[in-house]
Structures are given as C-alpha cells and as structure tokens.
Ligand binder design. Structure first.
Ligand SMILES: Cc1cc2nc3c(=O)[nH]c(=O)nc-3n(C[C@H](O)[C@H](O)[C@H](O)COP(=O)(O)OP(=O)(O)OC[C@H]3O[C@@H](n4cnc5c(N)ncnc54)[C@H](O)[C@@H]3O)c2cc1C
Length: 417
C-alpha cells in the first residue's frame, strides 16, 4: 500500500485524506495544532456555486482603496514594507481584469457544483450529521448600484447553468415571514447550500481517527522537507521524520512558508476574518443564509444559532481582535434585517481565522511541477469550505495518475512560478 503524508488538518487536508484513504492509500495527517480550531471551524458555512467571480475582479482595487480609509470597512490591506505583500499586490492588480474573470468563471462553477454533489454523497456515505441544508442563499442589497450589479451577476449565473432567481423585497420576505427586511431586492441562489462547519470538522476528524490506515499527528509542526532526485522523500518536525510515497501541502494561510521548505513559491496572503454566534429567536426564524452585499457580511442559521461573519484584513498572521471591524459587522445587520440586532460580542466570544488568499482569487490544486510526488491544495480564500470535497477528490486523482474529473488548468500551482 502506498503512503501519503498530508501537511495540514484543515478542511482541505481532511477531505484530501478522506478521498485518498477511500482509494486505498495509507494516510498520515500532520498538524501543528491540536485540530480543535483553524480557519475551517468558525467560517460562515456556505456552499457557494454562486461565488463564480474570483476575488481579483475589475472594480475590486478601487473599492479596496476606498475601504482602506474606513476603520469599520469589510476589507483592509495592512500597508507594510514586506516583499511578500508587495508581490501579492502586484499579482492581484494584474489579475483583476474582465479577461481573468471570464477565464475563471466556468472552472469555478464546475468545481463548486462538483463539490456540492460530493457533500451530498459524503453525508449519505458516512452518516455524519453536519447540518447540511439545501435551501440556497440570499444576496440582499440596499443600493441601486448593487441592484444592477447583482442583476447582471444573476444573469451570468443563469448562463453558466446555475439556478439563480431575482426577487422583489416582498417575494423575499415571503420566504421567511418572521424575518423583517429593509432591502431593494435580492437574488436567491437555489444552487447554494449551507452547513455547520464545527460539526463537519469534528465528524470528519472522528471518522478519520477511526479509519484503518489513517493516522493523525497533532501538535507537530513540519519544519523541514527533504527532496532527492525530483521527488520528496520525507518531511520532518523537531522530533520525527515522516517518509512517504506522496506528499500534500494543505497548510492553509501557512502554506507559503511550508512550500518554501521545498524551495517552491506559493504566493498567498492571510486574510483575517471574524465571526460570532447568537442564539436564534424562534419567533423570527431564519432558515436561509444571507449575504448583506454592500456590507459583505454573512448571516447563517446553524445549530440553533445565527453566525455573523465577515471582514478581510490582508496582512500578517496575528491574534489581535480589531473591535472596530467587529462593530462594522454588528452595525450592518439591522440595516438589512431590522429585527436582528446583535450586540457587540465580548472579545472572548469572537472567533477569527485566516483565509489563504491567492492573488488571483483561485485556489492552487494539483501537482507542484518541481516534484512529481508533491501536490498542493491551498489558496481557497473565501470558498475553502465550499470547495473542500472537490479539492480532495482532485488531489486523489492527480496522485493516482488518473484522469481528473474536471479540467484543472486554471488552478495549476505552478502558475506563478
Ligand atoms: C469569517 C470567515 C467566513 C468564511 N466563510 C466561508 C463560507 O461561508 N464558505 C466557504 O467555503 N469558505 C468560507 N471561509 C473560508 C474557509 O474557512 C477557508 O477557505 C478554509 O477553511 C481553508 O481551509 P484550509 O484547510 O486551507 O486551512 P485551515 O483550516 O487554516 O487549515 C490549515 C491547517 O494547516 C496547519 N498547518 C499550518 N502550517 C503547518 C505546519 N508547518 N505543519 C503542520 N501543520 C501546519 C494549521 O495548523 C491548520 O490546522 C470563511 C473564512 C472566514 C475567515
């Protein structure tokens, strides 16, 4: 039996492990933490084929610059004399074009739809209950500019084969009678779904912990990668060397540092986001998640509560909570949902995580190029939960040398080498 070593036990590493184990590999997952928290826990839980436009898109640069002068804004790049950030910014600028969006939209739609199908299959095959609900998500908007933008996106989505329906405010209110809405309109992406990420992570870790041929090493940071003759032969922590036939880098926002150990460049920046939970009031029951478009805030019902999440602070990894940005999330909610008035949470109740944000808004999925037995699976930014099953399946296919289920060219890890 061949052995694969996976660096990183976030949702991407775990789904890679799931599919590799299913196809007969012996699997070792190594994580620097204890797997009780990473970016894959506190996210908004949305499965989003609707997100077919990559983050690097026309208008994002101008919008980003405007937001940088507002301490409560949903997007912020911390200016720093840092060559990594500078290189990332230049690549982002180059990628934010219509041509790039047109080239990426089909592939993002294909991988998201594949992933959604795999989530359904995974739930059936494993019997893990992770609160999967297939009711779509609502894009809510308040300004005329956003009406036009979202209408145009919904038309594009329909052309890509996605099920998107434009709704008037009244049509939208009828879907959830207890939820007041102060909006100009909405788009209901029936193709989307949502789940409770914490339950998914715990369930998947338990499944893998109990699976024969899978071993998880916790609190084990990989600090060395040893290549020989065009292949990786081992990876090491301070105390242990792990040998294998194949290796996967799935280290989320830490992936550039891990890749550097093998002399590889995987440009991405950590994009910090926050979330917090508030118990659902059943007299105003919300069953469909919403994205508050202008505010870029996600509101998701899960596990009897509502999770509010948002902001993207691009900068170094740190554990500082920026209360102004959390207040930005809190204050935006009643503007769209007047009978939802979350209070500013205490710092201890605020979760934060680091999205692995590639400069062109596309994930890196595939073989590293330089080493024939090293795969990269990272850079999923805002859609890592959504794309995790498909990423795992594709990584399994490339390591087995079988024909991938879909064309993965735009996701090539070597595209910035
Ligand atoms: C506020 C917020 C809301 C979000 N909402 C959504 C959503 O609704 N839908 C969606 O699809 N996505 C969403 N996301 C994005 C999603 O959460 C991420 O894309 C995804 O979790 C990334 O998973 P990952 O496995 O790549 O990284 P992680 O979950 O961060 O896992 C990486 C792991 O690698 C380990 N590691 C790092 N370095 C080493 C090393 N040297 N040795 C060993 N281990 C190492 C880390 O300890 C970590 O456990 C959201 C993110 C945020 C912040």
């Amino acid at each position: 039996m061949s052995k694969v070593i996976i660096i990183g036990g976030g949702i991407i590493g775990l789904f890679s492990a799931y599919y590799l184990h299913k196809s007969g590999w012996e699997v070792e997952i190594i994580d620097q933490g204890d797997l009780s928290d990473n970016c894959s826990y506190g996210n908004a839980g949305m499965i989003t084929p609707s997100h077919f436009v990559p983050l690097a898109a026309p208008g994002m640069v101008e919008q980003g610059i405007r937001w940088m002068f507002n301490s409560k804004s949903p997007f912020y790049v911390k200016p720093a004399f840092n060559t990594e950030l500078f290189g990332w910014g230049l690549k982002f600028l180059k990628s934010a074009t219509k041509k790039h969006v047109d080239k990426s939209a089909g592939a993002l739609t294909d991988i998201s739809m594949l992933s959604k199908t795999l989530f359904m299959e995974f739930e059936k095959d494993t019997d893990i209950d992770f609160g999967l609900v297939d009711k779509g998500i609502l894009m809510l908007f308040k300004t005329q500019r956003m009406v036009e933008e979202e209408q145009h996106l919904a038309e594009q989505a329909t052309m890509l084969g996605l099920d998107a329906q434009y709704l008037s405010p009244d049509e939208c209110r009828k879907l959830q009678p207890g939820v007041e809405m102060d909006i100009l309109g909405a788009v209901h992406y029936h193709c989307d779904a949502h789940l409770y990420p914490n339950k998914l992570m715990v369930g998947l870790i338990k499944y893998l912990d109990n699976a024969e041929g899978v071993r998880i090493y916790r609190n084990t940071e990989i600090t060395k990668i040893t290549p020989n003759d065009g292949k990786i032969i081992s990876v090491s922590s301070a105390n242990k060397e792990f040998t294998g036939d194949a290796f996967v880098i799935a280290g989320g926002a830490w992936s550039p540092g891990i890749a550097r150990l093998a002399d590889l460049k995987v440009p991405l920046m950590p994009g910090k986001g926050y979330s917090f939970m508030v118990k659902q009031d059943t007299s105003k029951l919300m069953t469909i998640p919403s994205i508050l478009c202008e505010a870029r805030v996600a509101v998701t019902p899960m596990n009897g509560s509502i999770r509010y999440g948002g902001t993207m602070e691009v900068g170094k990894i740190n554990d500082k909570v920026n209360m102004n940005r959390v207040k930005g999330i809190v204050e935006s909610v009643p503007k769209y949902l007047p009978n939802f008035k979350p209070e500013v949470p205490q710092q201890k109740d605020i979760w934060f995580g680091f999205r692995p944000v590639s400069p062109d808004g596309l994930p890196y999925i595939g073989l590293s190029g330089k080493y024939k037995n090293l795969a990269i699976a990272t850079g999923h930014a805002m859609i890592g939960l959504s794309l995790a099953p498909a990423t795992g399946k594709l990584i399994n296919e490339v390591l087995n040398g079988t024909q991938p289920t879909m064309n993965m060219e735009v996701f090539s890890p070597g595209r910035f080498q």
